[in-house]
Structures are given as C-alpha cells and as structure tokens.
Design a protein around this ligand. Structure first.
Ligand SMILES: Cc1cc2nc3c(=O)[nH]c(=O)nc-3n(C[C@H](O)[C@H](O)[C@H](O)COP(=O)(O)OP(=O)(O)OC[C@H]3O[C@@H](n4cnc5c(N)ncnc54)[C@H](O)[C@@H]3O)c2cc1C
Ligand SMILES: NC(=O)c1ccc[n+]([C@@H]2O[C@H](COP(=O)([O-])OP(=O)(O)OC[C@H]3O[C@@H](n4cnc5c(N)ncnc54)[C@H](O)[C@@H]3O)[C@@H](O)[C@H]2O)c1
Length: 453
C-alpha cells in the first residue's frame, strides 16, 4: 500500500462529465486526481455520439443519393462500409486511444490515474494499492453501461452492445436489434442503408416510446421505408446461438439474424463503487443529486450516473453546476424543464421539455399546435426526404410552451429555438409575433404556434 495522497478533489470516471469537472478544477488551481479505468472521454467519443453520428451521416448521404431520381437526374449508389469504419477508427477514436484526452487533462495540471476507483470512506478513494484523500470533495461521474436483460439463453451468446456495433470493421448480412429506443433506431437505420437486413424487436407498442406518439409513428414509417422490419409490443423470451442468432418472441414466433445488438437501455455504474461507505445506496437505480449536483456532504454526482438524462449535453450541464459549486462561484442550479434531445434518424427527431401526455399528467391546461413539415413551403421545396412535423405543447394558463417536437431534415437544429422558448418561458404571444425567415424549416414553428387550440 502506497502512502496516502492528499488532494483537493478526486473525480471518479473521466467520461464527458468527469473530464469537464476534473479539467476545469485543475485549471482553476486545485489539486485534482482524475481516475479512469477505460478511456478518458468516456462513451460519447469512443462508442456513443460521435462514431454513431458518423454512421448516421454516411447513411444519410446514401439516402440523399437515392433521392436524386425525380430531383436531379440519376445516381448509382454503391454502399461501402470501409470508409465509415476507417473514419471511426482513424479520425474519431484514434483507434480507441485516449492519449490526446489524457494530455489535455494533465496539461491543465491534473493528475491522471488509470485504474478502477473504489470509495473506501468519506472523501477517500482507493485505486489499486494507492489511497487518496480528497479534502474538498469527491465527484462521482461513472456513467452508465448497457443493460443486458435477463432473457433465457442470452448471457451465453456473443451478442453485441453499442461498443461492438461501433467497432465492427465489416457489416453482418443481418442484424437483430433488441430495443427500439434511440440506440436501436439509430443503428437500425444506418445499417439498413448499407444493405444489412435489420429487424427491431421492441417491447413497447411503438419505437421511441419516450417521445410523442407522432414522432414514434414517423420513426416507424421511415425505418420501414428503409427496409427495417419492426416488431413492436413483443418481448424476446429466449435467445439461442448456433453460427447465428435465433430469438423466440413472446407471441411464439422466431426471428433469426447473423448478429444481435442489445439496446435495451442503460444502467448506472454504482453497484461496485463502494457508495455504501459514504451512506449512499449502491442498489439505487441512479445517484440522487440536488440542484447543486450534491449527492452527500462533500460528494457531487454528474452525468449519466445521476439519471437526469443520458445525454452528453446533460453531463456537460451538470459538470458546470458542480464546478461552480465546488469553487463557490454561485450561479443557477440545475433546472431540467427544458431538457433537449435529438434522435439522429433521417429525419432527425428533436424534442424538448414535456410531451403532450406528460403535460396532461402534470395537470396542466394543455393546448397543442402541430404542422406536418410537408405542408410548409420549405417542406414542399425539399420534396423527397421531407417527412417531419413540428408540435408545440403549451400551458394555456401561463401562456408559455412546456414542450415541443421538431422532426425533419433539420429537426435537431429546429429544436434550438424551442429550447430557448421553453427555458426562458417566452410568452406564446411573443413567439407569435416573432419573424421566422422564409423559406426555412423553422418557419414551420410559427405555423404550429398559430395552430395552438
Ligand atoms: C450508442 C450511443 C449513442 C449516443 N449518442 C448520443 C448523442 O447523439 N447525443 C448525446 O447527447 N448523447 C448520446 N449518447 C449518450 C452519451 O454518450 C452519454 O450521455 C455520455 O457519454 C455521458 O457521459 P458521462 O461522463 O456521464 O458517462 P460516460 O461517458 O459513461 O463516462 C463515465 C466513465 O467513467 C468510467 N468509470 C466508471 N466507473 C469507474 C470507476 N470505478 N473507476 C474509474 N473509472 C470508472 C467509465 O469507464 C467511463 O469512461 C449516446 C450513448 C450511446 C451508448
Ligand atoms: N441521439 C442521442 O442523443 C442518443 C442516441 C443514443 C442513445 N442516447 C442515450 O442513451 C440512452 C440509452 O439508449 P437505449 O436506446 O438503449 O435506451 P432507451 O431506454 O431509450 O430504449 C430502450 C428500449 O428497449 C426496450 N426494451 C427494454 N427491454 C426490452 C426487451 N427485453 N425486449 C424488447 N424491448 C425492450 C424499451 O421498451 C425501450 O423502448 C437513451 O435514453 C439516450 O439518453 C442518446
């Protein structure tokens, strides 16, 4: 056992959230130890947002080329996964090497420790044989891992998680996807556009079940048009493997595929961390934090592990709050009313705040306004690929928007304006008098507002 090392702050997990906290505190002059057992940067750059959006971008390029007939002549589309795999390996992930990220952190004055941290008591962390004592605080930023559901037979098979799907240098001929959430849908469309026979199995009665039903319907429609076979409202009851997967469903039918991607949600990495030694529940689904991201005295939590939305922008948002609190800088606390999210299908499905149903469940006096994107001038101009909609959800009593969905070729960009509206509680009357440039997709926001009942 090495002599105990005393520092100001120990950050456990240097994914998106932890790296931001550790780097900023080190740059502010605190002595900071950042511990990471895999790759600095976490899921997002190596197996999440960035590589999957490289896949999506490639798939959208193919889809756009296939839209040329009727718009601009003809094109021969010959998909090749090799450039996609190469971009992911060489440009995005440095072949899954985090040297640049480690140097970025140590360059700010932080001390980097590669290993698995265990909490041994208040302000105390062990990595291997080394014990650290953090006098100002401990930050838990351990993120989430893929949930592997307890389906008969699954555990013994060579199933894929998002990590295998991102790292694959070549594509399978067929892919079964268990789970039709954001991960399942994004991979399904991207792979299908490269000629993979994709089948999605979703237990709920619709894909993207957390979003508006209209968004689910649209996602289902475009996935089907891309050749994806959707099975909703059924669960897998058994998984077998013999040079390929065979999945038995709750309705008794079976499906086969060369590979099986498990995309059934995420689970917080809390269980083996030793949080019971600081009075927290290791069996909790997520780490509970207050509006300053405090989980206990001298303990902060940021990112996916808090369960406030598994998104990189949420990890960055919470990291900023924790940093300000640790440095005693004040400023606004956490406010999750205007949480934005974008599912990167083609069309992109952006959303912010509450869905219509969530607003009704909250007891609000709800009014909704909706417009199909194809009915807008820009939707007409765009032609093929113009599937989409804009839906706004208002609290009529307060005269403000509490949620919105923007789906379309620029759905992820359109949601920006509505995020501001929900966050800043811009009166609907002010939004109605806003001038929206013509002929943009976002001009449809004005039409949806006018349709508020
Ligand atoms: C396929 C996929 C696509 C996604 N796409 C998007 C997207 O388009 N947009 C978006 O906003 N979000 C997306 N996300 C979500 C995004 O990746 C996460 O929200 C983000 O990575 C969360 O950051 P984090 O720091 O909380 O956790 P993580 O990135 O998971 O980092 C936590 C780190 O802690 C380390 N760790 C855990 N326990 C210990 C320990 N005991 N000791 C040392 N180290 C430890 C882990 O190895 C990990 O590196 C996607 C996720 C997936 C899986
Ligand atoms: N574009 C983005 O921002 C983006 C992209 C990918 C992932 N993410 C983040 O990662 C998180 C995790 O994504 P995810 O898609 O794994 O989770 P999810 O919770 O969004 O979806 C999982 C789906 O699997 C279904 N399911 C669960 N168990 C099942 C079973 N046994 N059989 C059939 N279906 C089953 C659920 O009903 C659910 O619809 C997301 O919530 C999101 O926050 C974000």
């Amino acid at each position: 056992m090495g002599a105990e090392r005393q520092v100001d702050v120990v950050v456990v997990g240097l994914g998106v959230g932890g790296e931001e906290v550790a780097g900023r505190l080190a740059a502010a002059g605190l002595t900071v130890v950042g511990v990471e057992n895999t790759l600095v940067g976490g899921e997002c750059p190596y197996w999440g947002c960035i590589p999957t959006k490289i896949m999506v971008r490639a798939g959208t390029a193919l889809a756009e080329a296939r839209r040329i007939p009727g718009l601009a002549g003809s094109a021969t589309v010959d998909p090749d996964w090799a450039p996609v795999a190469k971009r992911i390996r060489d440009e995005a992930t440095d072949d899954w090497n985090d040297k640049v990220a480690v140097d970025r952190f140590t360059g700010k004055g932080g001390t980097f420790v590669r290993g698995t941290a265990t909490i041994t008591g208040p302000g105390r962390v062990r990595v291997g044989e080394q014990e650290y004592s953090a006098t100002r605080g401990l930050v838990i930023a351990t993120g989430t891992a893929a949930v592997i559901p307890p389906i008969d037979g699954l555990a013994g098979t060579p199933y894929w998680t998002n990590r295998d799907a991102v790292e694959t240098p070549t594509l399978p001929s067929s892919l079964l996807v268990l789970g039709g959430g954001a991960i399942g849908c994004e991979f399904a469309q991207a792979f299908a556009r490269f000629g993979v026979r994709v089948t999605v199995i979703e237990g709920a009665d619709r894909v993207l079940a957390m979003e508006e039903p209209e968004a689910s319907e649209l996602a289902g429609k475009v996935l089907t048009a891309d050749g994806v076979s959707l099975h909703t409202g059924v669960r897998a009851t058994n998984v077998g493997y013999d040079h390929g997967f065979i999945v038995t469903l709750s309705d008794g039918s079976t499906l086969t595929g060369e590979k099986l991607l498990v995309a059934t949600g995420r689970t917080a990495r809390l269980r083996d961390l030793g949080v019971d030694r600081i009075g927290l529940d290791p069996a909790a689904r997520f780490l509970t934090t207050d509006e300053r991201m405090r989980a206990a005295d001298g303990v902060w939590g940021v990112g996916d592990v808090t369960g406030n939305g598994n998104f990189t922008h949420m990890a960055m948002y919470e990291a900023d709050i924790a940093v300000r609190d640790i440095l005693g800088q004040g400023g606004p606390g956490a406010d999750y009313r205007a949480r934005p999210r974008v599912t990167f299908l083609d069309p992109e499905i952006g959303a912010v705040g509450l869905t219509e149903q969530q607003a009704r469940d909250a007891g609000l006096n709800v009014r909704v306004g909706q417009v199909p994107l194809s009915a807008t001038s820009r939707g007409f101009i765009h032609g093929p690929g113009n599937e989409g909609l804009i839906k706004v959800v208002a609290d009529h009593d307060r005269g403000v928007l509490v949620g919105a969905t923007t789906a379309g070729p620029a759905g992820g960009e359109m949601i920006g304006a509505l995020s501001v509206a929900v966050h800043a509680e811009v009166p609907v009357s002010t939004l109605l008098s806003t001038i929206w440039a013509y002929p943009t997709f976002h001009r449809g926001i004005g039409d949806a507002l006018k349709a508020l009942g």
